[in-house]
Structure formats: C-alpha cells, structure tokens
Design a protein around this ligand. Structure first.
Ligand SMILES: C[S@@+](CC[C@H](N)C(=O)[O-])C[C@H]1O[C@@H](n2cnc3c(N)ncnc32)[C@H](O)[C@@H]1O
Length: 417
C-alpha cells in the first residue's frame, strides 16, 4: 500500500470540499474503501467540484493538456471531409445527424460546421449537429463560443443521453479523446489472482472526512488498498478482450485498468444509432498491445499544468486523469450490441488518407507577406506534423463501426493514402 498526502491547496475551498466528499464516500462504504473508478468519477465529474465540472478545467496551449483541435482547424476540416463522404455513402439522408460526444471547448464543432458550410453545402443543408457533453462548465463554454452560429444555423443542439431516443439517429456518432476521460477500474495481478485497487483513507483516525480544527493538520490523505474484485464484470472484461493473466507470464504486482464505463457508453451509442457510423479517436491500443506483460503499471496518467505523472491521489480536482482506450474491448462490445467493425487505423494514416498530404505540401509553398509571418508558417507546419507524428497523436487509434444498411465500400479515411 502506498500512502501519499493529497496536499489540498489551502487557497482552494473547492478542492477541500471535494476531498471531504470523497472522504465521506469512503467512510460510508463497506470496509472504508471505494473502487478506483468511483474515486476517478468524483475527482473528474463531481457535479460541483470535479475537474471537468468546474471552470477550472484547463485545456489548450497554456493549460494542463491540449488536443487535436487546439492545433488549428485542420483536424476538424479533415473530419468534415469524412462526414461529407459518409453522407453520400448513406444515400444523402435528411436529416443527417452528427453526434459529437465530449466536445471539450467546442472547437471541433466550430471547425466542422464552417468547413461543411463552405465546401459541402448540400451536406450542410441536411445536417443536424448534436452535442452530448457531461460537464456543465464545458457545455456553457461551448454554448457561449457557438452563440452567434446558433442564431444563423438553427440545427445545433445540446442533448443528454436520455433526450436522444433509441434507434433515432441516421448519421455518425463521433468522439475525440472521450474514452480516455471515462473513469476506469484498476486491477492488480498478485499471488496468482486478480485483485482490485481501491482508494481508502490513509488517516484512519479521521474516517469522517471532516476537517480538523487545527489548520496545520488540515490535510486529507488517501491511499491505495488491494481488495477482491468489486464486480464480476471485471473478469468478464478481460475475457472479452482475450486476456488471460493466468496463462500468460504476467509479473507479480502487474497493475492495469479496465474501462467498464466505455462498454456502457458503447451500448448506449449502439442503441441510439438507427443507421450509420460510430467513429472513435483516442490514444490507446488493441488489447494484446495494451496488456503487454511488460507494461507493468498500466497506462494511467495525470495531467497538471502541462506536466504528466502517474499519481492520481494528488492535485485532486485540479488535474486530469486518463487511461488509454482498449480498442479490442470497444470492438467486441460493439459487436455484442449490433455494431459491425468496419475499420481500425492510426490517426496519422487516417488524416493522410483524407488529404493531410496536400495540406502539408501547400504550407511548403507559402511565403511570408503582410498578413502571414514566417513564424505563422512554421507554426502551421509544426501543427500539421504534430497531428500525424507517429510518436504522438499520429499513433492514436481510429475505430470505425457501423449499423444498419450501409455500403460495403471502405470509407476514405480507412483506405491506404
Ligand atoms: C479530454 S476532453 C476532450 C475534448 C474534445 N473532444 C477535444 O478533442 O478537445 C473529454 C471531454 O469528454 C467529456 N465527457 C466525459 N465523460 C462524458 C460522457 N459520459 N458523456 C459526454 N461527455 C463526456 C468531458 O467533459 C470533456 O468535454
């Protein structure tokens, strides 16, 4: 068991309140411990003080982390090319609905709508754009950013899952870096059996989670505890991905993650899709690569002020916590829920197939003028290369699934560039 002080920021009452809530949840739980997934759900999504629920969430160049849309409009524009082709492949449905799940700061929606409007007018005219966003603070930021556009384009809506009827969507559900933000269970292979990593209070004399009267002692400490599996779904998760810890040579203490929330999400999406596609972009691997015996501590990472580390029990509510996507689990769960696996590729190849090469070539012909400095040109070139860098975003997984009557021909992003 490792003990770490959470060191709540003395000047941040929100963080103190969040730590107290987590402590209370632990105190109220059997054996005074909660699955790591419950801890992560509170740390990220507590409705008032979780990282994604507050306006402390800090994405972008100067923030805790950045994502593809922060590198300019190219990512959204190339995605828009893919969506325009899907509309044609689905035989020009009207409405053609794009459902963006986990829209962050609302950059992608802006880039996609602008591009479709300018370059694929007929598709734009048929379009309904729905955003499903869990975080109230981010939803508000998206609505503010899109306020002007909503006035002219009346078919942009924010919906909860409950507001999207089963079997209702003809179009494409898509997400970028959503799966890595879902709360994961952590497991450990120990003494020849699979156990679960839970979170407990390090200070057993203060199990209520209340703050001490002496301000110098106002430190809430959480620690990890090893417990039996909290649900048989964890065992099933690894079976579904064909991972057998007993058969392969996994070292004692091997620690990794299981994303049960991603399975639930996949089922929800599959139920709501009537005909069309599910496009999932995220960092991650197929199971055989994710669960390599040499990946001894899993993929859990925390992002705080553009640094990353592997300790989720510090900076609670102030840092992002992520784990890679297990694409095999998404494929198998999709198949169980009626989705067909249509393709799996890497982001670099996906974007190249959609025209990234032309964009890179075009940048190399640019010359500085009054409106374009040399540093603008170099910055754009760097951004394009970052999107396809095989050691970074270019290596992200891109999974395409489909449902209903869809043509058998490959969609453009999954053809060799
Ligand atoms: C890492 S951010 C990615 C944001 C954006 N897609 C981008 O590329 O910049 C994850 C996003 O997913 C949202 N989110 C997390 N769980 C969700 C869920 N179950 N349903 C919808 N959105 C969710 C978060 O609030 C956040 O907006």
């Amino acid at each position: 068991m490792t003990v770490r002080e959470t060191n709540p920021n003395q000047h941040d009452p929100g963080q103190r309140e969040l730590c107290d809530r987590i402590a209370q949840r632990i105190a109220d739980s059997p054996n005074h411990q909660i699955p790591f997934a419950d801890f992560m759900a509170l740390a990220l999504y507590d409705p008032e003080y979780g990282y994604y629920a507050t306006n402390r969430v800090n994405i972008g160049g100067a923030g805790d982390f950045y994502t593809a849309p922060h590198l300019g409009s190219d990512f959204g524009e190339l995605l828009a090319e893919q969506f325009a082709e899907m509309w044609r492949l689905l035989d020009y449905p009207n409405p053609f609905t794009l459902v963006e799940m986990g829209a962050g700061q609302g950059l992608l929606v802006r880039d996609i709508l602008r591009y479709l409007h300018r370059h694929h007018d007929a598709c734009f005219e048929a379009l309904d754009y729905v955003i499903v966003e869990d975080s109230p603070a981010l939803r508000q930021e998206q609505q503010q950013r899109m306020a002007k556009l909503v006035q002219t384009f009346g078919r942009l809506h924010w919906r909860t899952w409950e507001e999207i009827a089963p079997n209702s969507i003809v179009g494409c559900f898509f997400s970028n870096e959503l799966i890595d933000a879902l709360p994961v269970h952590r497991v450990i292979w120990k003494d020849g059996a699979l156990h679960e990593l839970c979170v407990t209070l390090a200070d057993t004399t203060n199990t209520t989670g209340s703050t001490n009267s002496n301000p110098d002692e106002e430190k809430q400490s959480f620690s990890e505890a090893i417990a039996p599996l909290s649900t048989p779904a964890l065992q099933h998760y690894f079976e579904q991905s064909s991972i057998d810890f007993a058969a392969a040579r996994y070292p004692d203490g091997y620690t990794t993650e299981a994303n049960l929330a991603a399975l639930e999400w996949m089922e929800t999406v599959a139920q709501r899709l009537q005909r069309g596609y599910v496009l999932t972009i995220d960092y991650g691997y197929p199971a055989q690569r994710y669960y390599l015996p040499t990946r001894r501590s899993g993929t859990l990472q925390c992002y705080f002020q553009h640094r990353h580390h592997d300790d989720p029990l510090v900076n609670i509510g102030l840092q992002d916590i992520t784990a890679h996507a297990n694409f095999t689990a998404l494929e198998r769960q999709g198949e169980t829920c009626g989705l067909q696996t249509l393709g799996y590729t890497q982001q670099g190849l996906f974007l190249m197939a959609l025209g990234m090469g032309d964009r890179i070539a075009a940048v190399s012909t640019l010359t500085p003028d009054e409106s374009l400095t040399i540093s603008d040109i170099l910055g754009r070139r760097e951004a394009l290369h970052t999107l396809i860098d095989p050691a970074g975003m270019g290596n992200f997984g891109v999974l395409l699934q489909g449902k209903g009557e869809i043509p058998s021909q490959s969609v453009r992003g999954f053809c060799m560039p």
